[in-house]
Design a binder for this molecule. Structure first.
Ligand SMILES: *Cc1c(COP(=O)(O)O)cnc(C)c1O
Length: 409
Protein backbone atom coordinates (compact mmCIF):
# COMPACT_ATOMS: atom_id res chain seq x y z
CA UNK A 1 0.00 0.00 0.00
CA UNK A 2 2.51 2.60 -1.09
CA UNK A 3 0.21 4.72 -3.23
CA UNK A 4 -1.00 8.05 -1.82
CA UNK A 5 -4.02 8.26 0.49
CA UNK A 6 -7.13 7.94 -1.68
CA UNK A 7 -9.68 10.75 -1.52
CA UNK A 8 -12.85 9.03 -2.75
CA UNK A 9 -14.81 7.78 0.25
CA UNK A 10 -15.44 4.16 -0.79
CA UNK A 11 -11.77 3.62 -1.56
CA UNK A 12 -10.68 5.39 1.61
CA UNK A 13 -12.96 3.13 3.69
CA UNK A 14 -11.18 0.08 2.30
CA UNK A 15 -7.66 1.46 2.55
CA UNK A 16 -7.67 3.37 5.82
CA UNK A 17 -6.36 1.99 9.13
CA UNK A 18 -4.47 -1.02 7.81
CA UNK A 19 -1.08 -1.78 6.32
CA UNK A 20 -0.58 -5.42 5.25
CA UNK A 21 3.15 -4.79 4.75
CA UNK A 22 3.47 -4.26 8.52
CA UNK A 23 0.98 -7.03 9.39
CA UNK A 24 2.82 -10.09 8.01
CA UNK A 25 0.76 -9.62 4.84
CA UNK A 26 -2.57 -10.16 6.59
CA UNK A 27 -5.36 -7.96 5.26
CA UNK A 28 -6.59 -6.77 8.66
CA UNK A 29 -4.56 -5.24 11.50
CA UNK A 30 -4.10 -7.75 14.34
CA UNK A 31 -6.06 -7.56 17.56
CA UNK A 32 -3.72 -6.48 20.36
CA UNK A 33 -4.82 -7.14 23.91
CA UNK A 34 -2.81 -5.92 26.84
CA UNK A 35 -1.82 -3.70 29.70
CA UNK A 36 1.98 -3.94 30.07
CA UNK A 37 4.22 -3.04 27.15
CA UNK A 38 7.78 -4.27 27.86
CA UNK A 39 10.89 -2.37 26.84
CA UNK A 40 13.93 -4.25 25.62
CA UNK A 41 16.36 -2.38 27.86
CA UNK A 42 16.65 0.36 30.46
CA UNK A 43 17.78 2.75 27.74
CA UNK A 44 14.80 1.89 25.50
CA UNK A 45 12.43 2.41 28.45
CA UNK A 46 13.94 5.79 29.37
CA UNK A 47 13.93 7.03 25.78
CA UNK A 48 10.31 5.86 25.18
CA UNK A 49 9.30 8.14 28.06
CA UNK A 50 10.99 11.10 26.42
CA UNK A 51 9.37 10.85 22.99
CA UNK A 52 6.35 12.91 21.98
CA UNK A 53 4.44 9.67 21.62
CA UNK A 54 2.34 9.30 24.78
CA UNK A 55 1.08 5.88 23.74
CA UNK A 56 4.17 3.75 23.74
CA UNK A 57 4.46 2.64 27.35
CA UNK A 58 1.12 1.42 28.69
CA UNK A 59 -2.02 -0.29 27.38
CA UNK A 60 -4.32 2.39 28.70
CA UNK A 61 -2.97 4.77 26.08
CA UNK A 62 -3.99 2.46 23.26
CA UNK A 63 -2.67 -0.37 21.12
CA UNK A 64 -1.91 -0.62 17.40
CA UNK A 65 -5.50 -1.90 16.91
CA UNK A 66 -6.93 1.16 18.61
CA UNK A 67 -4.52 3.51 16.89
CA UNK A 68 -5.53 2.10 13.48
CA UNK A 69 -9.21 2.81 14.20
CA UNK A 70 -8.54 6.30 15.55
CA UNK A 71 -6.45 7.19 12.51
CA UNK A 72 -9.17 5.91 10.19
CA UNK A 73 -11.87 7.99 11.89
CA UNK A 74 -9.72 11.15 11.96
CA UNK A 75 -9.08 10.72 8.25
CA UNK A 76 -12.74 10.12 7.40
CA UNK A 77 -13.99 13.06 9.48
CA UNK A 78 -11.30 15.30 8.02
CA UNK A 79 -9.85 16.15 11.45
CA UNK A 80 -6.39 16.16 13.01
CA UNK A 81 -6.60 13.27 15.51
CA UNK A 82 -9.13 11.05 17.25
CA UNK A 83 -9.61 9.35 20.60
CA UNK A 84 -11.87 6.33 21.09
CA UNK A 85 -14.24 6.04 24.10
CA UNK A 86 -16.18 3.09 25.52
CA UNK A 87 -19.55 4.52 24.41
CA UNK A 88 -21.00 7.35 22.37
CA UNK A 89 -22.30 9.02 25.51
CA UNK A 90 -18.85 8.86 27.06
CA UNK A 91 -17.46 10.62 23.96
CA UNK A 92 -20.07 13.38 24.45
CA UNK A 93 -19.48 13.80 28.19
CA UNK A 94 -15.68 13.84 27.88
CA UNK A 95 -15.91 16.50 25.21
CA UNK A 96 -17.95 18.67 27.58
CA UNK A 97 -15.59 17.98 30.49
CA UNK A 98 -12.46 18.72 28.50
CA UNK A 99 -13.50 22.14 27.23
CA UNK A 100 -15.49 23.54 30.16
CA UNK A 101 -14.67 24.63 33.69
CA UNK A 102 -16.47 26.32 36.59
CA UNK A 103 -17.80 29.73 35.57
CA UNK A 104 -18.00 28.90 31.85
CA UNK A 105 -21.15 29.19 29.77
CA UNK A 106 -22.22 26.33 27.47
CA UNK A 107 -24.68 26.77 24.60
CA UNK A 108 -26.31 23.50 23.70
CA UNK A 109 -28.90 22.69 21.06
CA UNK A 110 -32.42 22.04 22.36
CA UNK A 111 -32.71 18.84 20.28
CA UNK A 112 -29.55 17.24 21.69
CA UNK A 113 -29.42 13.49 22.48
CA UNK A 114 -31.37 13.03 25.76
CA UNK A 115 -28.57 11.52 27.87
CA UNK A 116 -26.19 14.35 26.79
CA UNK A 117 -28.83 16.77 28.00
CA UNK A 118 -29.18 14.87 31.29
CA UNK A 119 -25.40 15.06 31.77
CA UNK A 120 -25.34 18.81 31.12
CA UNK A 121 -28.21 19.41 33.56
CA UNK A 122 -27.23 16.80 36.13
CA UNK A 123 -23.44 17.12 36.24
CA UNK A 124 -22.15 20.25 34.51
CA UNK A 125 -24.58 22.45 36.43
CA UNK A 126 -23.27 20.91 39.69
CA UNK A 127 -19.74 21.97 38.69
CA UNK A 128 -20.76 25.60 38.26
CA UNK A 129 -21.10 25.61 34.47
CA UNK A 130 -23.95 27.70 33.05
CA UNK A 131 -25.96 25.52 30.65
CA UNK A 132 -28.24 27.25 28.15
CA UNK A 133 -30.31 25.63 25.39
CA UNK A 134 -31.02 27.20 22.02
CA UNK A 135 -33.44 26.63 19.14
CA UNK A 136 -31.66 24.46 16.52
CA UNK A 137 -32.96 26.81 13.80
CA UNK A 138 -31.20 29.81 15.43
CA UNK A 139 -28.42 30.17 12.81
CA UNK A 140 -26.42 33.41 13.10
CA UNK A 141 -29.02 34.57 15.65
CA UNK A 142 -26.98 32.69 18.24
CA UNK A 143 -25.03 35.94 18.42
CA UNK A 144 -27.62 37.26 20.90
CA UNK A 145 -26.85 34.39 23.31
CA UNK A 146 -23.06 34.69 23.35
CA UNK A 147 -21.55 35.86 26.65
CA UNK A 148 -17.94 36.64 27.52
CA UNK A 149 -17.90 33.29 29.40
CA UNK A 150 -19.23 31.24 26.45
CA UNK A 151 -16.57 28.58 25.79
CA UNK A 152 -18.40 25.93 23.81
CA UNK A 153 -21.36 25.55 21.44
CA UNK A 154 -22.60 21.95 21.31
CA UNK A 155 -24.58 20.88 18.23
CA UNK A 156 -26.24 17.75 16.97
CA UNK A 157 -27.26 17.93 13.31
CA UNK A 158 -29.86 16.77 12.68
CA UNK A 159 -31.19 16.04 16.18
CA UNK A 160 -31.53 12.28 16.51
CA UNK A 161 -35.18 12.24 17.65
CA UNK A 162 -36.79 15.05 15.71
CA UNK A 163 -34.32 15.78 12.88
CA UNK A 164 -34.26 19.57 12.87
CA UNK A 165 -31.26 20.81 10.88
CA UNK A 166 -28.92 23.58 12.02
CA UNK A 167 -26.82 25.98 9.98
CA UNK A 168 -23.40 24.83 11.19
CA UNK A 169 -21.25 27.33 9.22
CA UNK A 170 -23.35 30.30 10.40
CA UNK A 171 -23.24 29.18 14.03
CA UNK A 172 -19.50 28.41 13.84
CA UNK A 173 -18.69 31.87 12.45
CA UNK A 174 -20.45 33.57 15.36
CA UNK A 175 -18.96 31.19 17.95
CA UNK A 176 -15.41 31.62 16.67
CA UNK A 177 -15.73 35.40 16.53
CA UNK A 178 -16.71 35.27 20.22
CA UNK A 179 -13.81 32.98 21.11
CA UNK A 180 -15.88 29.80 21.63
CA UNK A 181 -15.29 26.36 20.14
CA UNK A 182 -17.90 24.31 18.29
CA UNK A 183 -18.53 20.61 18.94
CA UNK A 184 -20.93 18.55 16.90
CA UNK A 185 -22.45 15.13 17.51
CA UNK A 186 -22.14 13.82 13.95
CA UNK A 187 -23.57 10.34 14.52
CA UNK A 188 -26.61 10.62 12.20
CA UNK A 189 -24.64 11.40 9.06
CA UNK A 190 -21.55 9.37 10.04
CA UNK A 191 -18.21 10.73 8.79
CA UNK A 192 -19.31 9.88 5.24
CA UNK A 193 -22.29 12.19 4.81
CA UNK A 194 -21.23 15.27 6.78
CA UNK A 195 -17.73 16.71 6.94
CA UNK A 196 -17.80 18.68 10.21
CA UNK A 197 -14.37 20.32 9.96
CA UNK A 198 -15.04 21.61 6.45
CA UNK A 199 -18.14 23.34 7.89
CA UNK A 200 -16.51 25.05 10.84
CA UNK A 201 -16.65 22.51 13.68
CA UNK A 202 -13.62 22.12 15.96
CA UNK A 203 -14.66 18.81 17.51
CA UNK A 204 -16.71 15.96 16.01
CA UNK A 205 -18.28 13.11 17.98
CA UNK A 206 -19.45 9.76 16.68
CA UNK A 207 -21.60 7.27 18.54
CA UNK A 208 -19.69 4.52 16.72
CA UNK A 209 -22.21 2.13 18.28
CA UNK A 210 -24.52 3.19 15.47
CA UNK A 211 -23.53 3.08 11.79
CA UNK A 212 -19.81 2.52 12.23
CA UNK A 213 -20.16 -0.74 14.17
CA UNK A 214 -23.37 -1.29 12.23
CA UNK A 215 -24.34 -4.67 13.70
CA UNK A 216 -25.80 -3.87 17.16
CA UNK A 217 -23.06 -5.93 18.79
CA UNK A 218 -20.95 -3.38 20.72
CA UNK A 219 -20.83 0.18 22.11
CA UNK A 220 -18.11 2.73 21.22
CA UNK A 221 -17.66 6.46 20.74
CA UNK A 222 -15.07 8.70 19.11
CA UNK A 223 -13.96 12.30 19.54
CA UNK A 224 -12.05 13.86 16.64
CA UNK A 225 -10.53 17.32 16.94
CA UNK A 226 -8.80 19.87 14.76
CA UNK A 227 -5.22 20.65 15.77
CA UNK A 228 -6.06 23.50 18.14
CA UNK A 229 -8.83 21.60 19.95
CA UNK A 230 -6.70 18.43 20.14
CA UNK A 231 -4.02 20.23 22.13
CA UNK A 232 -6.62 21.10 24.74
CA UNK A 233 -8.55 17.84 24.55
CA UNK A 234 -5.94 15.07 24.68
CA UNK A 235 -4.13 15.91 27.91
CA UNK A 236 -7.40 16.52 29.77
CA UNK A 237 -9.29 13.52 28.38
CA UNK A 238 -6.39 11.19 29.23
CA UNK A 239 -6.65 12.09 32.91
CA UNK A 240 -9.96 10.22 33.17
CA UNK A 241 -8.44 6.85 32.28
CA UNK A 242 -11.18 5.86 29.81
CA UNK A 243 -10.30 2.88 27.64
CA UNK A 244 -12.17 0.85 25.03
CA UNK A 245 -11.98 -2.93 24.68
CA UNK A 246 -9.80 -4.08 21.77
CA UNK A 247 -12.41 -6.57 20.45
CA UNK A 248 -14.98 -3.80 20.19
CA UNK A 249 -12.50 -1.55 18.39
CA UNK A 250 -11.63 -4.39 16.03
CA UNK A 251 -15.34 -4.79 15.22
CA UNK A 252 -15.61 -1.05 14.57
CA UNK A 253 -12.70 -1.18 12.16
CA UNK A 254 -14.37 -4.10 10.41
CA UNK A 255 -17.69 -2.20 10.32
CA UNK A 256 -16.00 0.71 8.54
CA UNK A 257 -15.19 -1.43 5.50
CA UNK A 258 -18.87 -1.78 4.59
CA UNK A 259 -20.09 1.60 5.87
CA UNK A 260 -20.42 3.06 2.36
CA UNK A 261 -22.61 0.29 0.91
CA UNK A 262 -24.68 -0.06 4.07
CA UNK A 263 -25.37 3.66 4.33
CA UNK A 264 -26.52 3.92 0.72
CA UNK A 265 -29.09 1.20 1.39
CA UNK A 266 -30.21 2.74 4.73
CA UNK A 267 -30.59 6.10 2.96
CA UNK A 268 -32.56 4.76 0.00
CA UNK A 269 -34.92 2.59 2.05
CA UNK A 270 -35.42 5.25 4.73
CA UNK A 271 -36.30 7.90 2.16
CA UNK A 272 -38.72 5.58 0.35
CA UNK A 273 -40.43 4.85 3.67
CA UNK A 274 -40.53 8.55 4.63
CA UNK A 275 -42.05 9.52 1.27
CA UNK A 276 -44.76 6.87 1.43
CA UNK A 277 -45.54 7.60 5.08
CA UNK A 278 -45.84 11.37 4.50
CA UNK A 279 -48.85 10.67 2.27
CA UNK A 280 -50.61 8.41 4.80
CA UNK A 281 -53.69 9.83 6.56
CA UNK A 282 -52.63 8.44 9.97
CA UNK A 283 -49.39 10.48 9.81
CA UNK A 284 -49.50 14.19 10.60
CA UNK A 285 -45.85 14.91 9.92
CA UNK A 286 -42.66 13.16 8.77
CA UNK A 287 -39.33 14.56 9.98
CA UNK A 288 -36.64 13.72 7.42
CA UNK A 289 -34.32 16.43 6.07
CA UNK A 290 -33.99 14.74 2.67
CA UNK A 291 -37.72 15.25 2.00
CA UNK A 292 -38.15 18.41 -0.15
CA UNK A 293 -40.97 19.68 2.10
CA UNK A 294 -38.88 19.38 5.29
CA UNK A 295 -37.99 22.75 6.90
CA UNK A 296 -34.33 21.66 7.06
CA UNK A 297 -34.12 20.48 3.48
CA UNK A 298 -32.26 23.45 2.01
CA UNK A 299 -29.52 23.27 4.68
CA UNK A 300 -29.27 19.48 4.34
CA UNK A 301 -28.91 19.80 0.57
CA UNK A 302 -26.26 22.50 0.89
CA UNK A 303 -24.08 20.87 3.57
CA UNK A 304 -24.68 17.10 3.60
CA UNK A 305 -23.55 14.41 1.17
CA UNK A 306 -26.32 11.95 1.99
CA UNK A 307 -28.92 10.86 4.52
CA UNK A 308 -28.92 7.93 6.87
CA UNK A 309 -31.86 5.61 7.52
CA UNK A 310 -33.03 7.30 10.73
CA UNK A 311 -36.07 9.61 10.77
CA UNK A 312 -39.26 10.24 12.72
CA UNK A 313 -42.93 10.72 12.15
CA UNK A 314 -45.88 11.89 14.21
CA UNK A 315 -48.69 9.35 14.43
CA UNK A 316 -51.85 11.41 14.79
CA UNK A 317 -53.03 9.84 18.04
CA UNK A 318 -52.03 9.58 21.68
CA UNK A 319 -54.38 6.69 22.43
CA UNK A 320 -52.60 3.74 24.03
CA UNK A 321 -54.88 1.19 22.34
CA UNK A 322 -54.08 2.60 18.88
CA UNK A 323 -50.35 2.66 19.62
CA UNK A 324 -50.53 -0.90 20.87
CA UNK A 325 -52.33 -1.97 17.67
CA UNK A 326 -49.78 -0.11 15.49
CA UNK A 327 -46.71 -1.63 17.14
CA UNK A 328 -48.41 -5.01 17.36
CA UNK A 329 -48.99 -5.01 13.59
CA UNK A 330 -45.34 -4.30 12.67
CA UNK A 331 -43.61 -7.54 11.72
CA UNK A 332 -40.21 -6.28 10.56
CA UNK A 333 -39.59 -3.33 12.92
CA UNK A 334 -38.45 -4.19 16.44
CA UNK A 335 -39.10 -1.85 19.39
CA UNK A 336 -35.79 -0.83 20.92
CA UNK A 337 -33.25 1.90 21.64
CA UNK A 338 -30.20 2.67 19.52
CA UNK A 339 -30.04 2.47 15.72
CA UNK A 340 -27.55 2.01 12.89
CA UNK A 341 -27.64 -1.79 12.95
CA UNK A 342 -28.74 -4.00 10.06
CA UNK A 343 -32.20 -4.49 11.65
CA UNK A 344 -35.15 -2.13 11.40
CA UNK A 345 -36.51 -0.45 14.51
CA UNK A 346 -39.51 1.67 15.48
CA UNK A 347 -39.34 3.52 18.79
CA UNK A 348 -42.25 5.24 20.56
CA UNK A 349 -40.83 8.57 21.75
CA UNK A 350 -44.01 10.42 22.74
CA UNK A 351 -43.10 14.07 23.35
CA UNK A 352 -39.42 15.03 23.43
CA UNK A 353 -38.29 17.39 26.20
CA UNK A 354 -37.81 20.95 24.91
CA UNK A 355 -37.04 24.15 26.79
CA UNK A 356 -35.80 26.67 24.18
CA UNK A 357 -38.57 26.09 21.66
CA UNK A 358 -41.74 24.30 22.75
CA UNK A 359 -42.70 20.99 21.12
CA UNK A 360 -45.90 21.77 19.26
CA UNK A 361 -46.78 18.59 17.41
CA UNK A 362 -49.98 16.91 18.54
CA UNK A 363 -49.80 13.12 18.44
CA UNK A 364 -47.05 10.62 19.19
CA UNK A 365 -43.51 10.98 17.90
CA UNK A 366 -42.17 7.64 16.63
CA UNK A 367 -38.60 7.16 15.44
CA UNK A 368 -37.88 4.75 12.61
CA UNK A 369 -34.59 3.14 11.69
CA UNK A 370 -34.71 1.64 8.20
CA UNK A 371 -32.53 -1.46 8.28
CA UNK A 372 -31.12 -3.58 5.50
CA UNK A 373 -34.16 -5.83 4.94
CA UNK A 374 -35.85 -5.76 1.54
CA UNK A 375 -37.27 -2.24 1.11
CA UNK A 376 -40.59 -3.50 -0.27
CA UNK A 377 -41.11 -5.75 2.77
CA UNK A 378 -40.50 -2.77 5.06
CA UNK A 379 -42.84 -0.50 3.07
CA UNK A 380 -45.65 -3.08 3.01
CA UNK A 381 -45.22 -3.73 6.73
CA UNK A 382 -45.20 -0.05 7.74
CA UNK A 383 -48.13 0.96 5.53
CA UNK A 384 -50.21 -2.00 6.75
CA UNK A 385 -49.55 -1.02 10.39
CA UNK A 386 -50.48 2.60 9.60
CA UNK A 387 -53.70 1.41 7.94
CA UNK A 388 -54.56 -0.45 11.15
CA UNK A 389 -53.79 2.63 13.26
CA UNK A 390 -55.97 4.71 10.92
CA UNK A 391 -58.84 2.23 11.10
CA UNK A 392 -58.65 2.48 14.91
CA UNK A 393 -58.95 6.25 14.81
CA UNK A 394 -55.43 7.68 14.24
CA UNK A 395 -55.88 10.46 11.76
CA UNK A 396 -55.50 14.06 10.92
CA UNK A 397 -58.43 16.33 11.70
CA UNK A 398 -59.63 18.10 8.52
CA UNK A 399 -58.30 21.50 9.69
CA UNK A 400 -54.81 20.06 10.21
CA UNK A 401 -54.91 18.25 6.88
CA UNK A 402 -55.27 21.60 5.13
CA UNK A 403 -51.88 22.83 6.39
CA UNK A 404 -49.02 22.78 3.92
CA UNK A 405 -46.72 19.83 4.54
CA UNK A 406 -43.67 20.72 6.58
CA UNK A 407 -45.06 24.06 7.73
CA UNK A 408 -42.94 25.66 10.44
CA UNK A 409 -45.13 26.20 13.45
C1 LIG B 1 -26.80 6.71 20.65
C2 LIG B 1 -26.31 8.08 20.60
C3 LIG B 1 -25.30 8.51 21.45
C4 LIG B 1 -24.74 7.65 22.52
O1 LIG B 1 -24.12 6.49 22.03
P1 LIG B 1 -23.98 5.20 22.99
O2 LIG B 1 -22.91 4.42 22.34
O3 LIG B 1 -25.32 4.55 23.01
O4 LIG B 1 -23.58 5.70 24.35
C5 LIG B 1 -24.84 9.81 21.32
N1 LIG B 1 -25.36 10.63 20.41
C6 LIG B 1 -26.34 10.26 19.57
C7 LIG B 1 -26.85 11.22 18.56
C8 LIG B 1 -26.86 8.97 19.64
O5 LIG B 1 -27.85 8.62 18.83
Amino acid sequence: MKSPVPSLPDTLLIRTGRDPGKQSGYVNPPLFRGSTIMAESYEAWESAKKTDNPYGNYGRFGSPTIRAFEEAIAQLEGGHACQVFPSGLSACTHTLLAFLKAGDHLLITDNVYGPTRSFADGQLARFGIQVEYFDPAIGAGIHALMRPQTRLVFLEVPGSLSFEMADVPAIARVAHAAGALVAIDNSWASPLYFKPFAHGADISIQAATKYILGHSDALLGTVTCNEHAWEIFLPRARLFGETAGPEDVYLALRGLRTLGVRLRQHWQTGLALAQAMAAHPAVSRVMHPALPQDPGHAVWKRDFLGASGLFSFVLATEKQAVLSAFFGALKHFGIGLSWGGFESLALPVGRPLRTARPWEHAGTLIRVHAGLEDAQDLLDDMLAALDIAHARGAGIAPSRQAEPAGALR
